[in-house]
Design a binder for this molecule. Structure first.
Ligand code: HEM
Length: 227
């Protein structure tokens, strides 16, 4: 590393925290929507009308072994990434970190198991899932290996990389919303509110690429251990 290490200003750290909070809220909203649509059907053994939901109802184990641990990881990770919390509750950080790591690994593996064969967005979504899902899993494994050998700075870097991908799920939904809105505007409200497969595939690539890039940018801005 060359030149003096910059510490992130409180203002941009606050902005980042706000953006992350909003993205997590979006993911939680969609996870809750899935539960409300899927579970009455799963429990009653019925099939939902729309094809989008049908995949979740027909493959509940694959889908919910992806969604449930993912939600736990996404809610818990910001606490782990907060320097203030880490330094004050280091033992908790270590124990909770193991739980969240397992959750993240399970969600990543089931993203591949559900998202590749049953992708709504077809091949483009499946390809994005393989690429960014593997990057997510690799980052987690390298973060774990780094902390096992006491390399704290490397551990932080790989955990931030994994989180950047994980929180990208919220940005996918923002892109999907924008595209569905445009489609509806152009068709005078005649196009369906369910996203088209193309929309989904494009949204996956846009959001994950943005998030990997933002993660790397953030790491360059804050090469030292900051909040
Ligand atoms: C880290 C926390 C994660 C959470 C909380 C999460 C949550 C969700 C939710 C709620 C859905 C349902 C889709 C919706 O209704 O919007 C979903 C689907 C999906 N997720 Fe994740 N996810 C996470 C990470 C990932 C990662 C890292 C990948 C892979 C790069 C991934 C790939 C997928 C795929 C492929 C689907 C299926 C989309 C479809 O075709 O319907 N997820 N996830």
């Amino acid at each position: 590393m060359t030149g003096p290490a910059r510490v992130e200003s409180p203002r941009s750290a606050r902005l980042a925290a706000l953006a992350i909070g909003a993205l997590i809220a979006i993911v939680l909203g969609f996870a809750a929507m899935r539960v409300m649509i899927d579970w009455p059907n799963i429990l009653a053994g019925t099939t939902p009308d729309d094809d989008f939901a049908m995949r979740y109802v027909e493959h509940p184990w694959l889908a919910y072994l992806h969604i449930a641990p993912g939600v736990v990881y996404l809610i818990g990770a910001p606490l782990q990434l907060s320097r203030r919390f880490r330094t004050r509750h280091y033992q908790f950080h270590r124990r909770f970190g193991r739980v969240l790591l397992v959750c993240a690994l399970v969600t990543g593996v089931f993203a591949l198991l559900f998202g590749v064969p049953h992708a709504w967005g077809g091949a483009p979504e499946a390809a994005a899932t393989v690429l960014f899902g593997s990057w997510f899993l690799l980052s987690l494994v390298l973060a774990y290996r780094a902390i096992r050998r006491g390399a704290v700075a490397q551990h932080r870097r790989w955990m931030i990389r994994a989180f950047a991908v994980g929180v990208g799920i919220g940005t996918i939904r923002i892109w999907v919303g924008i595209f569905v809105g445009i489609e509806q505007m152009l068709s005078g409200g005649a196009s369906p509110s369910t996203p088209s497969p193309t929309t989904f595939g494009v949204a996956f690539w846009l959001a994950f690429t943005m998030h990997v890039a933002i993660g790397e940018w953030w790491l360059r801005r804050t090469p030292v251990l900051t909040g």
